[in-house]
Design a protein around this ligand. Structure first.
Ligand SMILES: NC(=O)c1ccc[n+]([C@@H]2O[C@H](COP(=O)([O-])OP(=O)(O)OC[C@H]3O[C@@H](n4cnc5c(N)ncnc54)[C@H](O)[C@@H]3O)[C@@H](O)[C@H]2O)c1
Length: 242
């Protein structure tokens, strides 16, 4: 990362790195629990389309700034934008951030399709900004240990790798779950990145893909929060066979 060009700009060389969070929803609490205790980071602003939500979260964590997305994007001391918006907004928000001269950590999925993902990579490259994306779970002890023992040859050459994920769905605990059943989410895009990341980190990149999919229910009922009891339509997964 280049050194700061003006005294008002924070820098990893001079002090805590300034962070702006965009997306003040469900997962922002887990992020802020952690981001606000690392001495080398300083969360300077929390932003959301719903400025009230940003303000409430900022006050909860003692963050000095809040507002709409531009408040984080154009904050002079923010070096990294943490993108915690819904999947459909990930590329748009991350692209705006790199174009504003900010590095980006973005939640999964990185993009909803290959083309827009490549466009984001290109934009970051052109702007000289770095991109990181969830999940970082492969850095954890379990997957690092698995990788180490495979690399050391403890189990010989692995012939197969398998991951399994089973759940009735997140509508029972997520207070605003509809986006998790819309294009860009669903089990494959919302949870798949954890398992695909584990496989790719352990065995290398994917050469060939085959898939089948279907929807278990056409509608779901919210089980928590102020919208509990409300029914919403499920869009994903669409019937797939490849
Ligand atoms: N909830 C979880 O347990 C969890 C866990 C891991 C990862 N994630 C990922 O984190 C992301 C957010 O999930 P969530 O559960 O917090 O969702 P959420 O719906 O609770 O929060 C998303 C927030 O982003 C805001 N937003 C949407 N579009 C925006 C835009 N263009 N600009 C600014 N703000 C915008 C919404 O107003 C909302 O407050 C998703 O990609 C999800 O896959 C969630």
């Amino acid at each position: 990362m280049p050194a700061a060009s003006s005294p008002s700009t924070s820098s990893s060389l001079r002090g805590p790195v300034g962070v702006g969070v965009i997306g003040a929803g469900n997962i922002s609490k887990a992020y802020l629990d952690n981001l606000t205790v690392f001495p080398d980071l300083k969360v300077l602003v929390i932003a959301d389309l719903f400025e009230d939500a940003a303000e409430a979260r900022a006050k909860e964590y003692g963050v000095p700034g809040w507002g709409g997305p531009e408040k984080a994007l154009y904050h002079p001391d923010v070096e990294i934008i943490v993108n915690l918006t819904i999947p459909a907004a990930h590329v748009e928000v991350a692209t705006a951030a790199v174009n504003a001269g900010k590095h980006v950590w973005t939640e999964k999925p990185f993009s909803l399709d290959r083309e827009s993902g490549l466009g984001l990579l290109k934009a970051a490259d052109a702007a000289g900004m770095r991109l990181g994306t969830a999940p970082d779970t492969f850095l954890g002890a379990g997957l690092q240990t698995a990788r180490r023992i495979i690399e050391r040859g403890d189990i010989g050459t692995p012939l197969t790798g398998m991951t399994t994920f089973q759940t009735p769905g997140p509508e029972s605990w997520h207070p605003n779950p509809a986006f998790l059943f819309q294009h860009g989410a669903g089990p494959l895009f919302d949870m798949g990145p954890y398992y695909l990341t584990a496989l790719v980190q352990t065995f290398g990149s994917v050469r060939k893909v085959a898939a089948v999919g279907s929807s278990a229910k056409a509608t779901r009922i919210i089980g928590s929060g102020p919208k509990a009891g409300e029914e919403f339509a499920v869009e994903v997964p669409t019937h797939v066979s490849a």
